[in-house]
Design a protein around this ligand. Structure first.
Ligand code: ZN
Length: 330
Protein backbone atom coordinates (compact mmCIF):
# COMPACT_ATOMS: atom_id res chain seq x y z
CA UNK A 1 0.00 0.00 0.00
CA UNK A 2 1.36 3.45 -0.83
CA UNK A 3 2.22 5.74 2.06
CA UNK A 4 -0.30 8.34 0.90
CA UNK A 5 -3.10 5.81 0.81
CA UNK A 6 -2.11 4.42 4.21
CA UNK A 7 -2.16 7.93 5.72
CA UNK A 8 -5.54 8.60 4.17
CA UNK A 9 -6.91 5.35 5.56
CA UNK A 10 -5.55 6.14 9.04
CA UNK A 11 -7.17 9.57 9.00
CA UNK A 12 -10.42 7.99 7.92
CA UNK A 13 -10.33 5.41 10.73
CA UNK A 14 -9.59 8.11 13.32
CA UNK A 15 -12.72 10.03 12.38
CA UNK A 16 -12.54 13.81 12.71
CA UNK A 17 -8.85 14.59 13.13
CA UNK A 18 -7.88 15.23 16.75
CA UNK A 19 -11.30 15.59 18.31
CA UNK A 20 -12.95 14.16 21.40
CA UNK A 21 -16.56 13.08 21.29
CA UNK A 22 -18.66 14.84 23.93
CA UNK A 23 -21.90 13.75 25.55
CA UNK A 24 -24.19 15.96 27.67
CA UNK A 25 -23.57 14.77 31.28
CA UNK A 26 -27.21 14.55 32.42
CA UNK A 27 -30.47 13.02 31.15
CA UNK A 28 -31.37 16.26 29.34
CA UNK A 29 -31.61 16.08 25.57
CA UNK A 30 -28.87 18.42 24.33
CA UNK A 31 -30.65 19.00 21.02
CA UNK A 32 -33.64 20.50 22.87
CA UNK A 33 -31.53 23.23 24.53
CA UNK A 34 -31.90 26.65 22.92
CA UNK A 35 -30.23 28.92 25.46
CA UNK A 36 -28.44 28.56 28.77
CA UNK A 37 -31.64 29.34 30.68
CA UNK A 38 -32.89 25.94 29.47
CA UNK A 39 -30.34 24.07 31.58
CA UNK A 40 -29.01 26.57 34.15
CA UNK A 41 -29.72 26.06 37.85
CA UNK A 42 -29.28 29.52 39.41
CA UNK A 43 -28.11 30.09 42.98
CA UNK A 44 -30.53 31.47 45.59
CA UNK A 45 -30.07 34.84 43.80
CA UNK A 46 -32.29 33.49 41.00
CA UNK A 47 -29.98 35.02 38.37
CA UNK A 48 -29.57 32.45 35.55
CA UNK A 49 -25.97 33.56 34.88
CA UNK A 50 -25.03 32.51 38.44
CA UNK A 51 -25.06 28.93 37.09
CA UNK A 52 -22.30 29.66 34.58
CA UNK A 53 -18.49 29.66 34.74
CA UNK A 54 -16.73 32.79 35.96
CA UNK A 55 -17.09 35.65 38.43
CA UNK A 56 -20.85 35.16 38.45
CA UNK A 57 -21.59 35.15 42.19
CA UNK A 58 -21.98 37.68 45.01
CA UNK A 59 -21.85 40.74 42.71
CA UNK A 60 -18.93 39.34 40.72
CA UNK A 61 -16.88 38.78 43.86
CA UNK A 62 -17.01 34.98 43.90
CA UNK A 63 -15.68 32.60 41.25
CA UNK A 64 -17.67 29.60 40.01
CA UNK A 65 -15.37 27.05 38.39
CA UNK A 66 -18.00 25.05 36.49
CA UNK A 67 -21.58 25.01 35.25
CA UNK A 68 -24.67 24.05 37.28
CA UNK A 69 -27.16 21.93 35.30
CA UNK A 70 -30.69 21.61 36.65
CA UNK A 71 -32.76 18.40 36.72
CA UNK A 72 -34.97 17.51 33.76
CA UNK A 73 -37.26 15.23 35.81
CA UNK A 74 -38.14 14.75 39.47
CA UNK A 75 -39.72 11.91 41.43
CA UNK A 76 -42.85 12.27 43.62
CA UNK A 77 -40.61 13.33 46.52
CA UNK A 78 -39.13 16.18 44.48
CA UNK A 79 -35.70 14.59 44.20
CA UNK A 80 -34.05 14.64 40.73
CA UNK A 81 -34.33 11.52 38.58
CA UNK A 82 -31.58 12.54 36.17
CA UNK A 83 -28.72 10.12 35.70
CA UNK A 84 -25.18 11.48 35.43
CA UNK A 85 -23.05 10.38 32.45
CA UNK A 86 -19.36 10.48 31.55
CA UNK A 87 -19.05 13.50 29.25
CA UNK A 88 -16.28 11.76 27.29
CA UNK A 89 -14.34 8.51 27.30
CA UNK A 90 -12.19 8.34 30.43
CA UNK A 91 -10.94 6.64 33.59
CA UNK A 92 -12.31 7.00 37.12
CA UNK A 93 -9.68 9.03 39.00
CA UNK A 94 -11.39 9.84 42.28
CA UNK A 95 -14.59 8.97 44.14
CA UNK A 96 -15.69 10.97 47.20
CA UNK A 97 -18.58 9.25 48.99
CA UNK A 98 -18.43 11.48 52.10
CA UNK A 99 -20.29 14.69 52.90
CA UNK A 100 -17.04 16.40 53.86
CA UNK A 101 -16.94 19.48 51.66
CA UNK A 102 -18.94 21.86 49.47
CA UNK A 103 -18.94 19.38 46.53
CA UNK A 104 -20.69 16.69 48.61
CA UNK A 105 -20.52 13.30 46.91
CA UNK A 106 -18.47 13.69 43.76
CA UNK A 107 -16.56 11.83 41.08
CA UNK A 108 -13.57 12.91 38.99
CA UNK A 109 -12.80 11.29 35.65
CA UNK A 110 -9.43 11.64 33.91
CA UNK A 111 -9.24 11.67 30.12
CA UNK A 112 -5.73 10.62 29.04
CA UNK A 113 -6.83 9.94 25.48
CA UNK A 114 -8.13 13.46 24.81
CA UNK A 115 -5.87 15.85 22.81
CA UNK A 116 -5.18 17.45 26.20
CA UNK A 117 -5.52 15.04 29.15
CA UNK A 118 -8.20 16.98 31.05
CA UNK A 119 -10.26 15.92 34.05
CA UNK A 120 -14.04 16.26 34.40
CA UNK A 121 -15.73 16.61 37.78
CA UNK A 122 -19.33 15.77 38.73
CA UNK A 123 -20.49 17.12 42.11
CA UNK A 124 -23.45 17.22 44.54
CA UNK A 125 -24.41 13.66 43.51
CA UNK A 126 -27.27 11.94 45.35
CA UNK A 127 -25.63 8.56 44.87
CA UNK A 128 -22.75 6.94 43.03
CA UNK A 129 -22.94 3.44 41.54
CA UNK A 130 -21.78 1.01 44.25
CA UNK A 131 -19.67 -0.92 41.76
CA UNK A 132 -17.75 2.14 40.49
CA UNK A 133 -14.08 2.10 41.45
CA UNK A 134 -10.94 4.12 40.77
CA UNK A 135 -9.28 2.90 37.58
CA UNK A 136 -12.53 1.84 35.87
CA UNK A 137 -12.53 2.75 32.19
CA UNK A 138 -15.79 4.36 31.07
CA UNK A 139 -16.87 4.81 27.47
CA UNK A 140 -18.44 8.22 26.80
CA UNK A 141 -22.06 8.46 27.98
CA UNK A 142 -21.75 5.84 30.75
CA UNK A 143 -24.23 6.45 33.60
CA UNK A 144 -22.38 6.24 36.93
CA UNK A 145 -24.40 8.36 39.39
CA UNK A 146 -27.68 10.14 40.07
CA UNK A 147 -28.07 13.92 40.30
CA UNK A 148 -28.63 15.36 43.78
CA UNK A 149 -27.91 18.25 46.13
CA UNK A 150 -25.27 16.85 48.52
CA UNK A 151 -22.86 19.31 50.09
CA UNK A 152 -21.10 19.94 53.41
CA UNK A 153 -24.22 20.42 55.49
CA UNK A 154 -27.50 18.58 54.79
CA UNK A 155 -29.32 21.77 53.80
CA UNK A 156 -26.53 23.70 52.10
CA UNK A 157 -28.35 23.09 48.80
CA UNK A 158 -32.12 22.53 49.16
CA UNK A 159 -33.63 19.88 46.89
CA UNK A 160 -35.43 22.63 44.94
CA UNK A 161 -31.99 23.74 43.74
CA UNK A 162 -30.63 20.25 43.03
CA UNK A 163 -28.14 20.27 40.16
CA UNK A 164 -25.05 18.69 38.66
CA UNK A 165 -21.98 20.87 39.17
CA UNK A 166 -19.87 20.00 36.12
CA UNK A 167 -16.26 21.07 35.76
CA UNK A 168 -13.49 20.53 33.22
CA UNK A 169 -9.84 21.49 33.58
CA UNK A 170 -6.20 20.61 34.18
CA UNK A 171 -4.18 19.51 37.20
CA UNK A 172 -1.49 21.91 38.42
CA UNK A 173 0.92 19.51 40.15
CA UNK A 174 1.36 15.82 40.86
CA UNK A 175 3.37 16.97 43.92
CA UNK A 176 0.40 18.85 45.39
CA UNK A 177 0.54 16.86 48.64
CA UNK A 178 4.03 18.19 49.41
CA UNK A 179 2.90 21.76 48.75
CA UNK A 180 -0.22 21.33 50.91
CA UNK A 181 1.68 19.90 53.87
CA UNK A 182 4.23 22.73 53.72
CA UNK A 183 1.54 25.44 54.22
CA UNK A 184 1.48 26.65 57.85
CA UNK A 185 -2.25 27.47 57.68
CA UNK A 186 -3.04 23.87 56.64
CA UNK A 187 -1.80 22.48 59.97
CA UNK A 188 -4.63 20.59 61.59
CA UNK A 189 -6.63 20.45 58.31
CA UNK A 190 -5.58 17.26 56.54
CA UNK A 191 -5.82 17.19 52.74
CA UNK A 192 -8.86 14.97 52.23
CA UNK A 193 -8.70 14.66 48.46
CA UNK A 194 -5.02 14.09 47.60
CA UNK A 195 -3.94 15.44 44.20
CA UNK A 196 -7.66 15.89 43.38
CA UNK A 197 -8.00 18.71 45.92
CA UNK A 198 -9.84 21.66 44.30
CA UNK A 199 -6.85 23.96 44.89
CA UNK A 200 -4.82 21.73 42.55
CA UNK A 201 -7.37 21.92 39.72
CA UNK A 202 -7.62 24.77 37.22
CA UNK A 203 -10.90 24.72 35.34
CA UNK A 204 -12.01 26.43 32.14
CA UNK A 205 -15.47 27.25 30.80
CA UNK A 206 -17.22 23.89 30.17
CA UNK A 207 -20.14 25.35 28.21
CA UNK A 208 -18.39 25.68 24.81
CA UNK A 209 -17.24 22.05 25.26
CA UNK A 210 -20.66 20.66 26.23
CA UNK A 211 -22.36 22.59 23.45
CA UNK A 212 -20.73 20.43 20.78
CA UNK A 213 -20.69 16.73 20.00
CA UNK A 214 -16.99 16.76 19.19
CA UNK A 215 -14.25 19.12 20.40
CA UNK A 216 -10.47 19.39 20.16
CA UNK A 217 -9.62 20.06 23.81
CA UNK A 218 -6.03 21.11 23.13
CA UNK A 219 -7.20 23.78 20.67
CA UNK A 220 -9.88 24.85 23.15
CA UNK A 221 -7.29 25.60 25.85
CA UNK A 222 -4.72 27.06 23.44
CA UNK A 223 -7.36 29.50 22.22
CA UNK A 224 -8.18 30.83 25.70
CA UNK A 225 -6.89 34.42 25.83
CA UNK A 226 -3.72 35.26 27.76
CA UNK A 227 -4.43 37.77 30.53
CA UNK A 228 -1.07 37.96 32.28
CA UNK A 229 2.39 36.42 32.27
CA UNK A 230 4.94 35.40 34.86
CA UNK A 231 8.55 34.25 34.57
CA UNK A 232 9.95 31.54 36.81
CA UNK A 233 13.31 29.96 37.49
CA UNK A 234 13.46 26.15 37.81
CA UNK A 235 16.11 23.47 38.30
CA UNK A 236 13.75 20.73 37.12
CA UNK A 237 10.81 21.27 34.75
CA UNK A 238 7.41 21.52 36.47
CA UNK A 239 5.55 18.22 36.06
CA UNK A 240 2.77 20.31 34.46
CA UNK A 241 4.79 20.63 31.23
CA UNK A 242 5.39 16.89 31.14
CA UNK A 243 1.67 16.20 31.60
CA UNK A 244 0.60 18.82 29.05
CA UNK A 245 3.34 18.99 26.38
CA UNK A 246 0.71 20.36 23.98
CA UNK A 247 0.81 23.64 25.94
CA UNK A 248 4.54 24.18 25.24
CA UNK A 249 5.40 27.01 22.84
CA UNK A 250 7.11 25.75 19.65
CA UNK A 251 10.79 24.97 20.19
CA UNK A 252 10.52 24.80 23.99
CA UNK A 253 12.70 21.97 25.32
CA UNK A 254 12.07 21.26 29.02
CA UNK A 255 15.45 19.49 29.29
CA UNK A 256 17.31 22.71 28.34
CA UNK A 257 15.14 25.19 30.28
CA UNK A 258 16.51 27.25 33.15
CA UNK A 259 13.08 28.75 33.61
CA UNK A 260 9.79 29.57 31.94
CA UNK A 261 7.70 32.41 30.58
CA UNK A 262 4.17 31.29 31.51
CA UNK A 263 0.97 32.83 30.16
CA UNK A 264 -2.14 32.59 32.34
CA UNK A 265 -5.83 33.02 31.60
CA UNK A 266 -7.66 35.60 33.77
CA UNK A 267 -8.98 32.73 35.93
CA UNK A 268 -5.53 31.27 36.62
CA UNK A 269 -4.96 28.47 34.11
CA UNK A 270 -1.29 28.35 32.90
CA UNK A 271 -2.11 27.97 29.21
CA UNK A 272 1.22 28.50 27.38
CA UNK A 273 4.77 27.69 28.46
CA UNK A 274 7.87 29.08 26.74
CA UNK A 275 11.19 27.62 27.90
CA UNK A 276 13.85 30.20 28.87
CA UNK A 277 17.48 29.13 28.27
CA UNK A 278 20.10 29.77 30.99
CA UNK A 279 21.35 32.90 29.19
CA UNK A 280 17.87 34.43 28.87
CA UNK A 281 17.53 38.05 30.05
CA UNK A 282 13.90 37.26 30.91
CA UNK A 283 14.78 34.94 33.80
CA UNK A 284 13.60 36.51 37.06
CA UNK A 285 16.10 37.61 39.72
CA UNK A 286 14.26 35.61 42.37
CA UNK A 287 12.14 32.47 42.05
CA UNK A 288 9.38 34.05 39.98
CA UNK A 289 8.02 37.38 38.87
CA UNK A 290 4.75 38.80 37.49
CA UNK A 291 5.89 40.50 34.29
CA UNK A 292 3.01 41.33 31.93
CA UNK A 293 -0.68 42.14 31.90
CA UNK A 294 -3.36 42.61 29.22
CA UNK A 295 -5.30 45.61 30.57
CA UNK A 296 -8.48 44.32 28.91
CA UNK A 297 -8.65 41.66 31.63
CA UNK A 298 -7.70 43.88 34.55
CA UNK A 299 -11.18 43.94 36.19
CA UNK A 300 -11.52 40.13 36.09
CA UNK A 301 -7.93 39.60 37.23
CA UNK A 302 -8.55 41.83 40.24
CA UNK A 303 -11.89 40.15 41.08
CA UNK A 304 -10.31 36.71 40.77
CA UNK A 305 -7.49 37.87 43.07
CA UNK A 306 -4.86 37.15 40.43
CA UNK A 307 -3.47 40.68 40.93
CA UNK A 308 -3.88 43.49 43.45
CA UNK A 309 -6.39 46.30 42.81
CA UNK A 310 -3.61 48.61 41.54
CA UNK A 311 -2.50 45.79 39.15
CA UNK A 312 1.09 46.13 40.39
CA UNK A 313 1.46 42.95 42.45
CA UNK A 314 0.39 39.32 42.22
CA UNK A 315 -2.46 38.40 44.55
CA UNK A 316 -3.49 35.20 46.35
CA UNK A 317 -4.85 33.07 43.45
CA UNK A 318 -1.81 33.69 41.24
CA UNK A 319 0.62 33.28 44.15
CA UNK A 320 -0.96 29.96 45.13
CA UNK A 321 -1.12 28.58 41.58
CA UNK A 322 2.51 29.49 40.82
CA UNK A 323 3.61 28.08 44.16
CA UNK A 324 1.83 24.77 43.43
CA UNK A 325 3.28 24.63 39.88
CA UNK A 326 6.80 25.15 41.28
CA UNK A 327 6.54 22.31 43.82
CA UNK A 328 9.42 19.90 43.21
CA UNK A 329 11.27 22.14 40.73
CA UNK A 330 13.89 23.69 43.05
ZN1 ZN B 1 -21.55 24.76 40.76
Amino acid sequence: MSRGLRTLLCLFLMGPLGATEIVWPTSMDRTSLRSFEDYAQPTVSGKPESALFGMVRDDQQRFHEGVDIRPSARGPNGEPLDRVFSAMKGTVAYINQELNGPYGKYVILYHPEAELPVYTLYAHLASIEKTLKVGDKLPKGTAFATMGHTSTSPNAIPKERSHLHFEIGVMLSANFGNWYNAQPDHRGTPNQHGIWNGQNLAGFDPVPVLARSSVNLLDTVRQLPTALAVTMRTKRPPDFVQRYPGLLAPGSDPAKAAGWYVEFTWHGLPKRWTALPPESKQLPKGVWSYVALDHKFRPQLVQRKMITADAKMPSETLIRNVDILLTGTR
